[in-house]
Design a protein around this ligand. Structure first.
Ligand code: 9PG
Length: 474
C-alpha cells in the first residue's frame, strides 16, 4: 500500500473519482462531502465494486485506477497507474482535519503508481491516462456510428424490427456504420445459439441481410453470465464463480431473477469463450457489444485460486478476443475499465441512457448517480473524458424521437451537444419510423463526428469542472 499526505485544508478541494466499471459513478465532488455507500444489492450490481465499495463516511472517497484532488484554480494532485492489466489500483482520499491522506492499494500483481502535484490537474490527468493507454497498447480505432435495438425495443426486439429499421435508415440516407442487435434474441443467458420464442428467426439470419443494406452487423452478448435456467448452467454447473459457501454466486438480479458468472480461470470456460467469439463471427457479426463483464471480476472462489480477480477478468476477455479475431470491433459494457485496455476497441463509460433527463429520487435522495437517465449517462461519460486514450468512449445513445420519451426539446438538444463534446461512438436506438423531420435532423447532427473527436476545452475553474458544458443544475 502506498500513502501520501497532502498538506492542504480539505474544505478548499474537490475530488474527481471514477468507479470500477462502466456503470459506476464518475464525478467531481467537494472532498468534504459524502460518497454514498451502496445500501442495496442492486446498487452493487449497477456499479459498485463489492471488494472496494465506498464506506459512506463524509470526506472519504474511493476511486479505481485514477484519482485527482483539485483546487478552485485548477491546480492540485493526480494519482495514476503505470499498468492495470491484472491489477485493481484502488485509490482513497481521506479528509483529516487540516490535511488529506491519500492511499493506493493494489489488488493483484505489483504495478507502478504515480502521485503528482500539478499546476494543471486536467493536463496531468490526460498525460497519465495517455501513458497508461500506450503501456497497455490501447486500441483506439475510428469512432463508429451505431444503431442499437435496446432503447426502444428492449427485450422484445424481433428480426423484422431490425430489418425494417435498417431499410428505413438506408432510405433516409442516415449515416450509420453498424446495425446492432441487442438483448432479446437469445433463449436464455448463456444459451446464445438458441433463439428466443418472440425473435422470429435466428440471430445468424440477420448479418447477410444487414450487409446487403450496406451496414456492418453487430450483436450483443453477456458472455460471462449464465442464468440458473439455462442449458449452459445445467450442463456445466462446475463452471460458475462460487461464493465461500461453495454455491454459484448470484451476481445480479436482472431478467426476472438472479444470474451467475462464469469462472474465467477454468480452462474449459476459456475454451468455451473462444468458441463463442468465433461462433458469432462465423454468423457474420464483426461488431460485438459484450456486456455485464463485471461478473467475472467479482470476489469469489475460483478454479485457479492463484489468479486474482482482475487477472481472472483479463483472462476471460482475452479468450473472447482470441475467438472473435483481431479485426472484430469489440465494445465493452458493464466492464472493469482500465483492465480492458488493449482488448476492447470501445467502452461504455457511463450508466444507461433513458428517455428521461434525471431520476432525482434516486440520484439526489439516495445519492446514487448510477441509475439510467440521460443526465447520468452524459455526466459520467464526460467525467471520464481522459479515458479517450484507453478506447473509444461510448456515452450511450442519443434520443431524438419525441414519442416514447419524456425528454423536452432543450434536453434532446443538450444530449446532441454533449455527445459532440464527449466524442467516441455515436449511437441511436430510435425507431426510424417515429422520427419526424425535426427528429431526423437532430439525429443527423448526433451522427456527425467532429475533428478532433475528443473534448478539448474542459476546465476545472470556478468549480464547474466537467459540468462546464451542462445546464445550470448539473
Ligand atoms: C441489455 C442492456 C443493454 C444496455 C446495457 C445493459 O443492473 N441491471 O439490472 C442492469 C440492467 C440492464 C443494463 C444495465 C444494468 O443495461 O448497458 O445497453 O445492452 O444491458 O440487457
Amino acid at each position: 500500500m502506498h500513502k501520501w499526505t497532502v498538506n492542504e485544508a480539505p474544505a478548499g478541494l474537490k475530488v474527481l473519482i471514477s468507479g470500477f466499471q462502466s456503470w459506476s459513478e464518475a464525478e467531481l465532488h467537494p472532498l468534504t462531502a459524502r460518497q454514498v455507500a451502496p445500501a442495496h444489492h442492486w446498487q452493487v450490481e449497477q456499479g459498485h465494486d463489492p471488494g472496494f465499495a465506498p464506506g459512506g463516511e463524509a470526506g472519504v472517497w474511493r476511486s479505481h485506477t485514477v484519482l485527482a484532488l483539485a483546487r478552485e484554480d485548477g491546480s492540485g494532485w493526480v494519482g495514476g497507474a503505470l499498468d492495470a492489466t491484472r491489477t485493481f489500483v484502488q485509490w482513497e482520499a481521506r479528509a483529516q482535519g487540516d490535511h488529506v491522506t491519500v492511499t493506493c492499494r493494489l489488488e493483484g500483481p505489483e504495478v507502478g503508481v504515480l502521485w503528482e502535484e500539478t499546476p494543471d490537474v486536467i493536463a496531468t490527468l490526460e498525460a497519465h491516462a495517455a501513458q497508461l493507454g500506450s503501456a497497455m497498447h490501447a486500441r483506439t480505432p475510428a469512432p463508429l456510428r451505431v444503431w442499437c435495438s435496446w432503447y426502444s425495443y428492449y427485450r422484445a426486439v424481433t428480426l423484422d424490427a431490425m430489418l425494417d429499421n435498417a431499410r428505413l435508415a438506408r432510405e433516409q440516407g442516415l449515416d450509420f456504420d453498424v446495425f446492432q442487435l441487442d438483448d432479446g434474441f437469445q433463449a436464455d443467458l448463456g444459451d446464445w445459439e438458441l433463439p428466443s420464442a418472440h425473435f422470429g428467426g435466428h440471430a445468424r439470419d440477420l448479418p447477410e441481410r444487414l450487409r446487403a443494406l450496406g451496414f456492418t452487423p453487430g450483436i450483443w452478448l453477456a458472455p460471462f453470465l449464465a442464468s440458473p435456467t439455462s442449458q449452459l448452467f445445467a450442463q456445466h454447473p462446475d463452471w460458475m464463480l462460487r461464493g465461500e459457501d461453495g454455491q454459484p454466486l448470484p451476481v445480479g438480479q436482472n431478467w426476472g431473477g438472479p444470474y451467475y458468472a462464469l469462472d474465467t480461470t477454468h480452462p474449459e470456460v476459456l475454451a468455451w469463450l473462444r468458441n463463442l467469439g468465433a461462433t458469432v463471427r462465423g454468423w457474420g457479426y464483426t461488431y460485438l457489444k459484450i456486456d455485464f463483464l463485471y461478473g467475472a471480476s467479482l470476489p469469489g472462489v475460483r478454479h485457479d485460486p492463484s489468479v486474482g480477480r482482475a487477472g481472472a477478468y483479463r483472462m476471460g476477455i482475452e479468450a473472447f478476443r482470441e475467438g472473435a479475431g483481431p479485426d472484430a470491433f469489440i465494445l465493452g459494457c458493464g466492464a472493469p475499465l482500465a483492465q480492458s485496455i488493449g482488448v476492447v476497441d470501445a467502452m461504455r463509460t457511463g450508466p444507461d441512457v433513458a428517455p428521461i433527463w434525471d431520476e432525482e429520487s434516486r440520484r439526489v435522495w439516495l445519492g446514487d448517480a448510477t441509475g439510467p437517465s440521460a443526465r447520468n449517462a452524459l455526466h459520467t461519460a464526460l467525467s471520464r473524458w481522459y479515458q479517450s486514450a484507453w478506447y473509444q468512449p461510448d456515452p450511450d445513445v442519443a434520443i431524438c424521437r419525441r414519442e416514447l420519451s419524456m425528454l423536452s426539446t432543450p434536453e434532446r438538444e443538450a444530449i446532441a451537444g454533449m455527445l459532440d463534446v464527449i466524442g467516441g461512438l455515436r449511437a441511436s436506438s430510435d425507431p426510424i419510423a417515429l422520427l419526424n423531420d425535426e427528429g431526423l435532423e437532430l439525429l443527423r447532427r448526433c451522427l456527425k463526428v467532429s475533428t478532433p473527436d475528443r473534448p478539448v476545452s474542459l476546465s476545472l475553474r470556478g468549480g464547474a469542472a466537467v459540468t462546464h458544458f451542462s445546464r445550470g443544475e448539473f
